[in-house]
Design a protein around this ligand. Structure first.
Ligand code: NAD
Ligand code: DAU
Length: 332
């Protein structure tokens, strides 16, 4: 049995990963999370203390990080400021957590010679034209657009430098847009589902032609475990499930699945610098590490996600009014 240290394990994808590890391995998980507005201890409810230990703290706290690294066998680093719209409003926390936080963890990984896996995003590659026949691969040059994606790109480059210069035993994965339970209501899919549950019309940025490549969070988790187990040190793996859809189609599908007319949504002010299309070619992960997604039916995954938000209003309701007030102040 190993002790896995998971940063950001009270957030959306981190908490899905913690549940996945507890369900599919014998490992013990220690979660390090600052419980920012995006962290929620309720996302880890039901996990017994002999499988999961929670530590509230900041990844920029070098002393605490050092102590936790001395007790861990491997680290999976999810903690980040993760929302593009917030990064347009106030970039500073993105620099602190995504850059300085990742630096702090890398220095500890170097001191303790720990296996380190860095979670990143397809957004580091910028965006694609709608008709571009190529998708992102591990060879695509970095070209981030937003304060969020540029700090994630910076954190990836730090990891690569610490591998090459100091021999840190790290891997990186860049994943596409996740959906599933425990996602904060500021994000696209939960925002629209919870709007409909509250009798409010969904809000689509601009014309809604922007394409995202959707993957279920549980498939992201299985891919990360696969990379931890079989990935080659120093390598980057792109994670995706061939789930390209434009935002307009997703909103209309949510409305249909929730029994509302498909056109009962509003077009609102577009996001500044809005990336047009993301698309992942995950051939390397599939052929070299034999990983395959389980949730290939987006509609079925979305239906289950809608049901989760119906059943868990107490989880999302406390954040909803504040998020909507923020969007309203931006005309969104
Ligand atoms: P999230 O915002 O839901 O969760 C982030 C978590 O990190 C929260 O629990 C928060 O409390 C914690 N955190 C933030 N700053 C911290 C700090 N300084 N110290 C300790 N903990 C801190 O984010 P998410 O959507 O779950 O994303 C997790 C990771 O996955 C991020 O690195 C993100 O870039 C990456 N990613 C996300 C997606 C997606 O679709 N959401 C896709 C690809 C990659
Ligand atoms: O691609 C991976 C990235 O996916 C991750 O790195 C980010 O952490 C994650 O937040 C996500 O980024 P996006 O900006 O793509 O996700 P978001 O949910 O904010 O928006 C998805 C799309 O929906 C995007 O084109 C903007 C649009 N949108 C969003 C909101 C909140 C709307 O049309 N209406 C909305 O209300």
């Amino acid at each position: 049995m190993a002790n896995l240290l998971v940063t950001g394990g009270a957030g959306f994808i981190g908490s899905n990963f913690v549940h996945h590890v507890v369900d599919h391995t014998d490992d013990h998980v220690t979660v390090l999370d600052a419980l920012t507005y995006a962290g929620n201890l309720d996302s880890l409810r039901g996990l017994s203390e002999d499988r999961m230990t929670f530590v509230k703290g900041d990844i920029t706290d070098a002393g605490l990080v050092d102590e936790l690294f001395s007790q861990a066998d491997a680290v999976v680093h999810y903690a980040a400021e993760s929302h593009n719209d917030n990064s347009l409003h106030d970039p500073r926390p993105f620099l602190d957590t995504n850059i300085v936080g990742t630096y702090t963890l890398l220095e500890a990984a170097r001191r303790h010679d720990l296996r380190f896996h860095h979670i990143s995003t397809d957004e580091v590659y910028g965006d694609l034209e709608l008709d571009d026949p190529e998708r992102f691969t591990e060879q695509t040059p970095y070209n981030p657009s937003s304060p969020y994606s540029s700090t994630k790109a910076g954190s990836d480059l730090l990891v690569r430098a610490w591998v090459r210069s100091f021999g840190v035993r790290a891997t990186i994965s860049n994943c596409s847009n996740n959906y599933g339970p425990y996602q904060h209501v500021e994000k696209f899919i939960p925002r629209q589902i919870t709007n409909v549950l509250r009798g409010v019309r969904p809000k689509l940025y601009g014309g809604g032609q922007n394409v995202r490549d959707w993957i279920h969070a549980d498939d992201h988790s299985s891919a990360v475990l696969t990379i931890l187990d079989k990935g080659e040190i120093g390598e980057t793996y792109l994670i995706g499930a061939d789930g390209e859809k434009n935002n307009k189609d997703v909103v209309e599908l949510i409305l249909e699945l929730m029994g509302e007319p498909r056109d009962s949504y509003d077009h609102v002010t577009d996001r500044a610098g809005h990336d047009l299309r993301y698309a992942i070619d995950s051939t390397k992960l599939r052929t070299e590490l034999d990983w395959h997604p389980s949730y290939e039916d987006f509609e079925a995954g979305l239906k289950a996600t809608i049901q989760w938000y119906r059943d868990n209003e107490s989880w999302w309701a406390p954040a909803k009014d504040g998020v909507e007030a923020f969007y309203a102040s931006k005309g969104q």
